[in-house]
Ligand binder design. Structure first.
Ligand code: MG
Length: 383
């Protein structure tokens, strides 16, 4: 079965932003449109996608390595005009066509499946949610009718149609009949439009509250965690640099750079969380640019790469292990310097000092080590 998805994204919908149509607003990890397209692009039963964009809007972030072909068309004045133009771009091979609002970015694979099956069986079927609330018809502030709750459903998308049914529906719309969704046109054209159980999570993002809730929901799905570890030998005659702070002591870490274990562990933690490799890949020993490099600068460069990949650092927690000297007094300055390199507030960076209780090389004062854990938050798609 050849299934096409038309993603309707041509609406002006500027209620949520003065200049940007709402479906092009970022909700974390991409715009509503990008998330909606991705849901269909990742679905194994979707053969092609037609995205209907506002006039003059360039498609961005709508290409994927695998999956169905994606065609972009320009929409019309009303939603029905836009869907009609989208329909003109649908392959003649298509058996079932789904129409979906870009402003419903949380559509699930299961709901897409159910809609395809019901549309193929019945000719027309839409996702709709049974009303939990009693519905009143109101006139001039006074209730004039109470509608039995059992008979009320709230229409969602996707709305699915056999190709011939949507062709007749689009033709009716072009003949001058107006409707706010394709199901209404199909009803007017005389088809029985069936209902499949919608999904309460498949919300349409319309208000500022919807937008906040969507971002919170995406936030939980777009956090990434990474760990880092580093160890250097301690030798005489080297400065002891930890977290960008030089602490008076007779030994310091041996290394190609300043041997700052806190910065090195932190660098690996943020690179690891973003799946960007490790410190050795970005700042190899073989590259003379990093000889005696200031590791706080390497951390700042790693943070820049992580931001470029679309992430902000939510927090970083470091444990520095060395037998002597005590680092407690230098901790506030370490936090400030590391936070500065990461481009975040010092309240997001924790540094703890520990000894190794005299055990092993660290305990004998022959080495210093650090462990780091970083949490990243995806705030935009990778550039
Ligand atoms: Mg190192």
């Amino acid at each position: 079965m050849h299934v096409t998805a038309i993603i309707a994204a041509a609406g002006a919908g500027r209620r949520l932003g003065a200049t940007t149509p709402k479906q092009l607003i970022d909700i974390g990890g991409g715009t509503m449109l990008q998330h909606s397209v991705k849901a269909f692009a990742a679905h194994p039963r979707i053969s092609e996608i037609v995205v209907v964009l506002p006039d003059g809007q360039a498609p961005s972030g709508l290409t994927f390595d695998t999956g169905p072909s994606i065609r972009i068309v320009t929409g019309g004045d009303r939603r029905q005009d836009s869907v009609a133009r989208g329909f003109d771009a649908v392959s003649p091979d298509s058996d079932v066509v789904l129409v979906h609002d870009a402003a419903r970015p949380f559509v699930t694979a299961a709901l897409i499946d159910k809609t395809i099956d019901a549309a193929a069986r019945h000719g027309a079927a839409i996702a709709a949610l049974a009303s939990k609330d009693t519905i009143k018809r109101v006139d001039g502030g006074v209730i004039v009718d109470t509608i039995p709750r059992e008979s009320v459903y709230l229409a969602q998308t996707p709305q699915g149609f056999r190709r011939d049914v949507l062709a007749a529906t689009v033709a009716l719309g072009r003949s001058g009949v107006e409707a706010t969704d394709e199901a209404a046109l199909a009803e007017r054209a005389g088809y029985h439009v069936h209902v499949v159980d919608g999904d309460s999570g498949n919300v349409k993002i319309t208000t500022e509250d919807d937008l906040r809730a969507a971002r919170a929901r995406m936030g939980a799905a777009t956090q990434r965690i990474g760990t880092g570890y580093d160890l250097h030998r301690l030798v005489e005659g080297r400065p002891l640099v930890i977290g960008g702070v030089t602490i008076p002591f007779d030994k310091g870490p041996l290394g190609h750079s300043d041997g700052d274990v806190a910065c090195h562990a932190a660098t690996d933690a943020i690179l690891g969380a973003a799946c960007l490799g490790d410190i050795g890949r970005h700042f190899p020993d073989s590259d003379t640019r990093w000889k005696n490099a200031d590791s706080i600068g390497l951390l700042a460069e790693a943070a820049r790469l992580v931001r470029e990949a679309g992430y902000d650092v939510s927090n970083l927690d470091l444990t520095v292990i060395l037998e002597r000297p005590k680092v407690k007094d230098a901790v506030p300055e370490m936090r400030t310097r590391i936070a500065g390199a990461l481009g975040v507030g010092a309240d997001r960076v924790s540094v703890k000092g520990k000894t190794n209780e005299g055990v092993d090389a660290i305990g004998r004062g022959e080495a210093i080590a650090a462990h780091a854990v970083a949490l990243l938050q995806q705030v935009r798609p990778a550039r």
